[in-house]
Design a protein around this ligand. Sequence first.
Ligand code: DQA
Length: 140
Amino acid sequence: MKIQLINGPNLNLLGIREKSIYGDSDFNTWLEQLRQQYANHQLDYFQSNIEGELINKVHETGFSYDGIIINAGAYTHTSIAIADAIAAINTPVVEVHISNVHKREAFRHKSMIASSCAGVIAGFGLNSYRLALDSFIYAQ
Ligand code: DQA
């Protein structure tokens, strides 16, 4: 399958940022392991701290990929524009979070994008991305 992984703001700092919440692995090292384990699948990765760039990537991949896995970071809780982009495309999208956002501050309990997504996975560390990937692979 052809899957696009999209990480939003501050997720370029995984492994450095708030390790007690997000762990100490950097995303690129972990992604290489994931790619080896899922060698039969194409896993493309994009990260940006800029909302419009995330939207452009959703548009670019949203009519040709088999799935999109998005961790929109804090934009999850604020961005109607990303929600609209997800609603506009054909490719199914799974929202993921490393942390269990529901155990955290109240402002993280609300997702603007979840209602446009096929499903939501939160709280399993970097394995949230793997579970999202499995949701596409095993839905076949
Ligand atoms: C996050 C949770 C968000 O609330 C936060 O703003 C992030 C990361 C997560 O993966 O747990 O940047 O999306």
